[in-house]
Structure formats: C-alpha cells, structure tokens
Design a binder for this molecule. Structure first.
Ligand SMILES: [Zn+2]
Length: 396
C-alpha cells in the first residue's frame, strides 16, 4: 500500500487513509444512458482514488467530487426486472415485517428511488410510508398501498429529522454518500430519544471486490466502500447498537440493523472483519489487480484476433466499470439488457449501444460475457429457448 495521505477518514475522522487503487477518467455516473454515441462518450468524467483507513477499515474515493453528480435530474433507479432480484426483495420485506411487527406502522425510506421496496413493505404489512429521494416521483410506483405513501423529492438532511417513524430503511444509498458519519449522525440526532426506532441499511460488500479483484464493481458514484466490520464500526461511532449484521443476496450485499442508544455500544458481532483483516484483503487486491487486468485484456485481444463476435450481458454500472477500466474499443460491439427502457440507448464512457436479448437471434454472438454471474442460468435458459449457442465468460 502506498504512503499515508492527508485525507481524513469520513467514518472515524482519523487522518490515516492510504491510497491503494487509482482509475482515472471514469464516467461520473455509470447509470446514465444517452440517445447517441457522441453524448455518451463526452459525458463528464472523474477519478477514482481509493484510500484505506488504517484505524477503522473504511475505504473511500478520496478524489470524489459530489458536484459532478446530480441525482435530482435523474430518472429513479429501478431493478425490478430480474426474477432473482424480485424474490430477494419479497423475502427481505417479509422478514423486516415479521421481525419488527410492522403492521399499521410508519416506515421512512431514505434513498427510496422510485419507491418499489417501500411500497412492498407498506403493502404487505398495511403500513404507512414516507420516501425521501432526490430522484423520486410521486405516483411513480403502482401499488395497493399508494394512498398510504408520501414521496419527498429531495436529498435527506436535518430538514427531515422528524421523519423516522418505527423503522428507517436505507438501501443502496450510503455507498453514494461521501460524508458517511455525518449522514448516519444526522439520522441519529433526528431519532433523538425515541429508542424504539429501528434502522435497516443495505450496501454492497467490498470484501468480494477485494477478494475477487472485481475492478468492474468500483465506479465513480460509489464513493464509500464497506465490509461488515467498517459498517458496524460506523454505526457504533454514531451511537447506534448493532442488532443484526449479515450478508445476503449471494453474499453481494451487507445488511445491518441497529437501534439508537445513548452511549457508545460495545456489542460486537463475530462476523465483523478486524481492521487488520481488511488491510490484508486490500493487500490482496493490490497484489492481484494487474494480473486480473491482463487476463481480461488478453481475452479481448483473442476476441479481436480470432474475429469473434462478443457481447456483454448487463448494461448497468458493472458493465460501465468493466468497459471503461479495460478501455474496450472494437472488441465488443453491443451490450444486452433485459430492461426494455434501456434498449437503443448508449452507455457512458465507451459509448456502446444497448440491445434486447431478442437482437441476439440475428446477431449470433460467439461469446457472451456475463457481468453478474448469478444471472448465468437465467441467461443461458433464455438463449437456449432462442436457439442462440455461445460460449459464456462470467465476470469473476
Ligand atoms: Zn476510519
């Protein structure tokens, strides 16, 4: 790992961040889509410079510039097209309802996007929900619970300190927040002495990225990277007691449940990685990142030299991270996505076009690179039904 820097850790406020990974000129928002190639390649870019905190194990992009991202102008994110993902969301909603006896209760979701998950929890438990998100739109989600849902189109701040209810949900939002302790601290101050308020946060896990050297999972809008240890420590720093800490969704996500306390909690979980363990994982990433990049660059040269037709399956952030970091040019012509709203659009950075799975019937690819290997079976089944035979390379 490189030298220690002047950067202060946004989790624990220690001045002990060491830089270990840099990717320059990555698109400032990998979720954006464009109607033509020129707009897609000229979209603003920023640098990813990952720093590791030797005090709490937190990892953060120290070069992150929030002004490059404006979520209020974006369409809310949606992920509800995969059966695998929907099943997960259903199970999670049911579990929260059961564990916290959420029936006729008040739920607040920070970073609710379109509001699909909030609507699900309110529908299944007959609850009332308030969703806060800069990209949300009222009536964006169809639900039997619509009349019990309120959406506020804004960033979460002190202004919404009174919105917490019985459970605060915050899924896939904290990784977009640079000042993590300030954010969780704002929530804690808002809850005050209402010690029965529960909180549930979900974020991606950096552990797998470090172990598998999954450089495609590092992108600009994710400025904060956690493992179970650093996530639990953040909540303790902010006067929460961790009540549940686990991985889910094929070990890709970290789930934390916490309750407010009035002094620093000493409750720790066995699955929390120590700072030393995290430092070893970071060293592993540094050690193997060059060989991983060489492996993929070699795959791309083979595709080109053998005149094979290759496509990437999955047009989301992983794909943008993969294509940008490898500097893909003519080796891959198209990207496939099952979401019909993405078809015909172009991804930022390399500016490749997104097509439908049906497009492959005529395109006949030789190689399908699957960005998220957990969808491999779903994809193979779909391709078999269409009579498309190809070799699959999962990104792992
Ligand atoms: Zn720290």
């Amino acid at each position: 790992m490189k030298q220690k820097t002047e950067h202060i850790c946004p989790n624990c406020k220690n001045q002990s961040m060491s830089i270990f990974y840099t990717a320059n000129n990555v698109p400032a928002n990998s979720c954006m889509m464009f109607s033509n190639h020129e707009e897609a390649v000229s979209f603003p870019k920023g640098d990813v410079v990952l720093g590791f905190c030797g005090n709490c194990g937190f990892i953060s992009n120290v070069a992150f510039d929030q002004s490059k991202l404006d979520y209020s102008s974006l369409a809310p994110e949606e992920q509800g097209f995969s059966g695998t993902f929907n099943t997960y969301a259903q199970k999670l909603a049911s579990r929260l309802i059961q564990n916290y006896d959420l029936h006729g209760k008040h739920i607040c979701e920070i970073g609710c996007g379109r509001g699909d998950f909030l609507a699900l929890v309110c529908q299944l438990g007959n609850n009332y929900g308030v969703g806060i998100d800069p990209s949300t739109v009222s009536g964006g989600v169809e639900s039997e619970a619509s009349s019990r849902l309120t959406f506020i189109k804004d960033y979460y701040s002190e202004r919404y300190a009174n919105y917490h209810g019985d459970l605060v949900i915050c899924r896939h939002t904290l990784e977009h927040i640079p000042n993590t302790a300030e954010f969780v601290g704002t929530l804690r101050r808002g809850i005050g002495n209402k010690f029965n308020t529960a909180t549930f946060f979900e974020v991606p896990d950096i552990t797998r990225i470090l172990h598998e050297v999954a450089f495609w999972d590092i992108y600009y809008e994710h400025c904060s990277y956690f493992n179970l240890g650093s996530l639990a420590r953040l909540f303790r720093f902010c006067n929460f007691e961790v009540t549940n800490l686990m991985r889910d969704y094929f070990d890709q996500y970290l789930l934390i449940e916490a309750k407010p306390v009035d002094q620093t909690s000493k409750t720790m979980f066995e699955n929390e990685e120590s700072v030393e363990q995290t430092a070893k994982d970071v060293e592993n990433f540094v050690l193997h990142s060059q060989e991983k990049l060489s492996f993929w660059k070699n795959q791309l040269s083979q595709i080109q030299n053998k005149h094979k037709k290759a496509i990437v399956w999955g047009s989301g952030s992983k794909c943008v991270g993969f294509m940008t970091t490898l500097g893909v040019k003519d080796e891959i012509e198209y990207i496939v996505d099952i979401n019909p709203r993405r078809h015909g659009k172009f991804i930022p950075g390399v500016g490749k076009q997104i097509v439908s799975p049906e497009f492959l019937k005529q395109y006949r690819p030789d190689i399908i690179i699957v960005m998220n290997p957990i969808y491999c079976n779903e994809i193979k089944k779909m391709m078999d039904e269409m009579g498309v035979a190809a070799d699959y390379i999962p990104c792992s």
